[in-house]
Design a protein around this ligand. Structure first.
Ligand code: VGL
Ligand code: ZN
Length: 208
């Protein structure tokens, strides 16, 4: 059991990010047993949930003639276009079946504004609106967060970078994450970026 100042952050362990989902992450299912094994060690477990309205502008389908993988300008920000995924109240947005959700203390949803994407669990991509997660953690005396989940090169990365900016110590549980890897090398680059920003990179079995 960790001390009360340490929280576990489970990023986007949702049906659509599983290998058979709408935005498949290779081996995304492999991290679910690690989440289940880790949860009992923490007093505070936060799960983020990508939670888009059907008209979300990160969906290629909502832009005529665009396809997934293309990058557009969305209200002044570069936006990768994705397949339709994690639509609110659909099966794809649910936590994966195998996840023991009874171990989750609180869920933070993101990506609800159709005009801006939100990879981080803390802020949207323009840092315009907060989800309230940082204050919620601080109110509970959390000083350190251990982060795992999907996807390493998007939501995990931006959650880790924002956690560091908010002043938390951050441990990335590297082998409990998997990436989208739109371009080969994206995952390695993302881990390097998190390390450079101040995250400790650890393996599941090093956590103790
Ligand atoms: C994610 C792309 C779009 C993620 C969410 O969870 O990493 N990636 N929406
Ligand atoms: Zn999304």
């Amino acid at each position: 059991m960790y001390d009360n100042a340490t929280a576990l952050l489970l990023v986007d362990l949702q049906v659509d990010f599983m290998p058979t989902g709408m935005l498949p992450v290779a081996e995304g299912d492999a991290v679910v047993p690690l989440a289940n094994a880790l949860m009992p060690r923490y007093r505070t477990v936060v799960a983020t949930q990508d939670w888009h309205p059907a008209n979300h502008l990160s969906f290629a389908a909502n832009h005529p003639w665009r396809k997934p993988g293309q990058v557009i300008d969305l209200e002044g920000l570069p936006q990768v276009l994705w397949p339709i995924h994690c639509v609110q109240d659909t099966w794809g947005a649910e936590f994966v079946d195998g996840l023991d959700t009874s171990g989750i203390t609180e869920v933070f949803q993101k990506g609800t504004d159709p005009t801006i994407d939100s990879y981080s669990g803390f802020y949207d991509n323009g840092h315009r609106k907060s989800t309230g997660l940082a204050d919620w953690l601080r109110e509970r005396g959390i000083e350190e967060v251990h982060v795992m989940g999907l996807a390493t090169d998007y939501c995990v990365k931006f959650t880790v970078l924002d956690a560091l900016k908010e002043g938390f110590r951050v441990v990335l549980i590297e082998d409990a994450t998997r990436g989208v890897e739109l371009t080969p090398g994206d995952v390695v680059a993302a881990v390097r970026e998190m390390r450079t920003a101040g995250a400790r990179i650890a393996r599941y079995d090093e956590l103790g």
